[in-house]
Design a protein around this ligand. Structure first.
Ligand SMILES: [Mg+2]
Ligand SMILES: [Zn+2]
Length: 174
């Protein structure tokens, strides 16, 4: 069975609430964070499967249509391709926050379903996020958990790194 690297999207892969972006509802709002292309390329090259698990409540709230989200993910694939990197699969929750759906993180369903679909060994896998719901989702699914970014106090993760590239360099030295 393969090992999965489950990645939250906004704040891990791409900018959100930055100087030039508020929320990412269109391809033109999509900016890869520094080092993300290199990090995902390292995961790809080492044989890890890379997944995106993202809450997209903006769909349920009416800020974005599902076709718009797909366009954003096409942009993500194109930008990653520039680094020779790719994501194996994407799962998203389109429901409103507080709708009580089964998929929105901190629920673990998106991770568990991807793991079944791709025959992933959850215990040896990692969930990487920048917020507490990502970490709780990983714990509920049974992955190891990694918090990236500057919200170190926010969640009780197994590992902390400043960004995805630092995590990839720790996991895969040289
Ligand atoms: Mg996030
Ligand atoms: Zn949902």
């Amino acid at each position: 069975m393969d090992i999965g690297i489950f990645l939250d999207r906004d704040g891990v892969i791409n900018e959100v609430l930055s100087n030039r972006v508020k929320f990412v509802n269109k391809p033109k709002d999509f900016y890869l964070l520094d080092g993300v292309g290199e990090a995902i390329k390292k995961f790809n090259g080492a044989g890890y499967k890379v997944f995106v698990v993202t809450n997209q409540g903006g769909i349920g709230l009416g800020y974005m249509k599902e076709t718009g989200l797909h366009a954003v993910h096409e942009q993500m694939a194109k930008d990653l391709e520039g680094y020779g990197a790719y994501v194996d699969d994407v799962s998203y929750c389109p429901h409103k926050p507080h709708a009580g759906c089964a998929c929105r993180k901190p629920e673990p369903k998106m991770i568990i379903d991807l793991a079944k679909k791709h025959r992933i060994d959850i215990k040896r896998s990692y969930m990487v996020g920048d917020r507490e719901p990502d970490i709780v989702a990983g714990k509920q699914a049974g992955t190891k958990t990694v918090l990236v970014g500057n919200r170190r106090e926010e969640a009780n993760a197994d590992y902390y790194f400043s960004d995805l590239l630092s995590f990839s360099n720790w996991l895969l030295p040289n």
